[in-house]
Design a protein around this ligand. Structure first.
Ligand code: GAP
Length: 462
């Protein structure tokens, strides 16, 4: 029996991501670009599989949620209406010694003092000055900081503005995807034959000028969100809220995350319009942190957009003829955070006969490569041709990889590290009896299977 070591440090996961082509630091050949990352060949497959599962769960398996893909750039008025231009900020401080800019709430939290980004500037500065001597700069260790001030996280651009002082009237890269959903509420209502309660789901990029960027892809300045806004009759909020909480919890269990590594975090400092807000947290290598938010937002969003656009965004209930602004239950998750949670969950080191095997025990539906096909030897054309034939058939149904490099043991280890659930090896016996070896990633057990049976076998397993 192999000895299993589950102590996953972030460093090990970062190293695996680089070594095996899951995640690369952005612009690396130019010394990098802080808080932005690129997904490599296996990373893009894993991220796509996460998005596919979310989209399938949210739209295909429900008849009350439709999809949308709104543009990243929108009228700047949207960000005024939503409150982002005035209030989308984090408290910023600067270390007077090394001039590193830091998030004040995070500094306090690290020192074990309760604070969060939604607190007012006065409140957080008061807590800061009461605890000044307990807080040290994580870079140089000094404890001399500038007073906290709010720093707006919206990222600005000159899109569509051809003057040199565009910064006076900037357009914004969206800070969250859900605003594109709110402003299309009426379009969807008028075109998609939906009735309340119904939801609109969207996956897309969002941008935030995050002050501190640490913990790998957990907090980045460019990231992808998967958001769903569920429109309900006023008064029904909390009923649907509970349903969505249960549905979102189950989603993570279905991805293969162990329940002990998940927990709910209730927001104590609600923004004024919110009725209820919980986060699902995951036990990352740096502790339990937010994976997804489930929020009951009341009628704030549609009321604001109604006010600022001058359009009537009320819903006319066809059964009762009542008119009302729908209330919203939101579920909002980050692709990068789920990606990191999935890797943390799947990463294992096993000691087998004094050798270490690194294996990603990914659920087959998430694995970047489902089946790897090998000829036993590279220099035997009859083996290579047979393996190619099998690969060409299997690749039609599953994402497969052909590999004839190095010895079989090394090829298995490589596939273990990228989480491939099955490897198929063609050997000399295969040429005689049409049977191949299928090796299981988790148990490492091998069985002989007739080539004509392979598709049926994998259809059952994957
Ligand atoms: N529309 C609500 C909203 O955007 P949020 O809590 O700010 O709420 C939702 O973000 C989710 O988006 C988070 O739970 C997280 O998964 C992801 N997210 C937010 N900021 C992020 C960042 N800087 N980097 C990576 N993911 C982020």
């Amino acid at each position: 029996m192999p000895q299993i070591n589950n102590s996953n440090s972030l460093d090990k996961i970062v190293a695996l991501c680089k070594r095996r082509g899951f995640v690369f630091p952005s612009s690396e050949i130019y010394d990098g670009f802080t808080a932005v990352y690129d997904f490599g060949p296996y990373g893009v497959e894993l991220a796509n599989n996460i998005k596919k599962e979310w989209w399938r769960t949210m739209t295909q398996l429900r008849d009350d949620v439709v999809g949308l893909d709104s543009a990243i750039f929108m009228s700047p008025k949207i960000w005024e209406a939503s409150g982002h231009v005035k209030g989308f900020s984090d408290p910023l401080t600067e270390c007077k010694k090394c001039h590193t800019r830091l998030r004040l709430d995070a500094l306090l939290e690290e020192a074990g003092i309760f604070a969060d980004e939604k607190m007012s500037e006065e409140k957080i500065n008061q807590i800061f000055s009461e605890n000044k001597n307990k807080i040290k700069c994580p870079i140089c260790g000094a404890s001399d900081f500038t007073p906290g001030k709010k720093f707006n996280l919206l990222v600005q651009s000159n899109l569509g503005n051809f003057t040199n002082d565009w910064a006076k009237e900037p357009t914004y890269l969206r800070g969250e995807t859900c605003q594109g959903i709110y402003v299309n509420f009426k379009n969807v209502l008028d075109s998609a034959r939906v009735k309340i309660p119904f939801g609109i789901a969207q996956i897309g990029k969002a941008f935030r000028n995050e002050i501190t960027a640490r913990q790998f892809i957990f907090r980045t300045r460019e990231f992808e969100q998967m958001e769903m806004q569920y429109f309900v009759k006023p008064g029904d909020d909390l009923k649907y809220y509970e349903e969505w909480k249960a549905a979102r919890w189950k989603f993570y269990l279905d991805l293969g995350i162990e329940e002990k590594n998940l927990k709910w975090h209730k927001h104590e400092n609600l923004v004024f319009y919110a009725r209820e807000a919980y986060d699902i947290e995951y036990n990352f290598p740096f502790g339990f942190k937010e994976l997804e938010g489930v929020h009951a937002r009341g009628d704030y969003d549609l009321t604001q957009h109604s006010k600022f656009s001058g359009q009537d965004l009320q819903y006319l209930d066809p059964a009762t003829n009542e008119k009302f602004i729908p209330h919203i239950v939101e579920t909002s998750a980050g692709v990068g955070r789920i990606f990191l949670a999935i890797l943390t969950e799947a990463y294992q080191e096993e000691t087998i006969e004094s050798e270490t095997r690194i294996v990603l025990r990914l659920s087959p539906k998430l694995a970047p490569i489902k089946i790897a096909v090998f000829p036993l030897l590279k220099n035997k054309p009859e083996l290579v041709n047979k393996a190619r034939e099998i690969f060409n058939v299997l690749k039609i149904s599953w994402r497969c990889e052909f590999d004839d490099n190095g010895n079989i043991g090394k090829r298995y280890r490589r596939q273990d590290e990228i989480g491939t659930p099955y490897c198929v090896t063609v050997d000399f016996d295969s040429l005689e009896n049409e049977e191949v070896t299928v090796r299981d990633r988790d148990s490492m057990k091998q069985e002989r299977i007739h080539i004509s049976e392979l598709e049926r076998f994998f259809r059952e397993k994957i």
